[in-house]
Unconditional design. Sequence first.
Length: 434
Amino acid sequence: MARKVPLLPPPASAVKKAMRVCGLVAFSLLMLVMRMLALLLVWVQDMTSQHERVLERQGGAATQAELEEESGAVAVAAAPGSSPARSPSESEPCSSVLQSFASDLDTQDSDSDSEFPSIPSAVPVTGESYCDCLGRVEPPARFPGARSSKRARDCRCGEDDDLFDWVWDDVHKSAAVALGCEKREVNFHMDYSCGTAAVRGSRELCEGQHFWEIKMTSPVYGTDMMVGVGTEQVNLDRYRHMFCSLLGKDDESWGLSYTGLLYHKGDKMHFSTRFGQGSILGVHLDTWHGTLTFYKNRKCLGVAARGLQNKRLFPMVCSTAARSSMKVIRCRSAPTSLQFLCCLRLRQLIPAHSDALQVLPLPPGLRLFLRNNLGWILSLCTHGARGADDGSGGGGDDGGGGGDDDDGGGVGDAAGVALGDQTRAVQRKKCRLN
């Protein structure tokens, strides 16, 4: 009769190893489930916010009147007997929501928009590109935050400069900012957005003339995407969990929104038309006269602020949109000299459609020198800007607001001081230095 051999229990080390493996597998599965739940929650919040924006757009005239009242640009009187518009109720068919999205997609050119910009939308702004590269690509993805096609992102129109006086600062930036392209391109919210991210330039803008251009390399949408300037007192990571217009929220910064609104000290006013993907935003800081001027697609929009003398400013950008990006394509500085004033005057005398460096009979060496050092002023179009050729110092009556030369934060509607006054001021400064 065969003898049964008793089964020996496994060694304690094997049991511990098996328990450890099972624990790791269970922990990995738990983390995977939590990650999926977090992504699902973010997706639900994003869809909810988009639906709320659609309902806000359905508010009609009442919502538009509230926006105009907040912008402080004009007072809107309610029509007698009119009742406030209401949002669609839950019993109404969902076709109204689809019609709202269709109306947003039909908007192709913001130059024909009403006097005041619409509520910030999840639908990207179109029809404002510096070139027509975006018009030769396939339609954008279904979700507005998705990346554009490779051909659109590889557009190099307007990117002629090889020398840059500064780049984006990899230290003074928000946590949701990633730099690329030799620190000239800034990418916001690489995965998803939960607030406002910002970054500033690596160089303080001291005395002289400073000009830089920012190209919108991604779809422009969301609560806000802004360009502007600010002091070192601006906390770039303060609103990382809040969607807001960061630049211009206090008296330490000035910002131009993609909706065309200009912000400073928490106040806003209508300044220009909207800008979108492919748009080139130029900023000119004149520390001699203390003015801040904005350009769109190399056409002057006018002076945005005055009284900025002796302020320690940095170039800044911010965004609330997921997977959005901007790129510095030009940043040059020059002293306030007679050479600069002569180039400025030449640009004013030459027609806007002509290239100043090609029209002028200049020696090749001088032409190359001007192109490398002052080419930005010779390539800009200052014709037709509000107050560009007059010496007025305050705002006009056409919605530009009143300028204030004393507090340093006034939003003006004139574009500078007369050229003769500039020349005499430079001559007086040189005499004092000598």
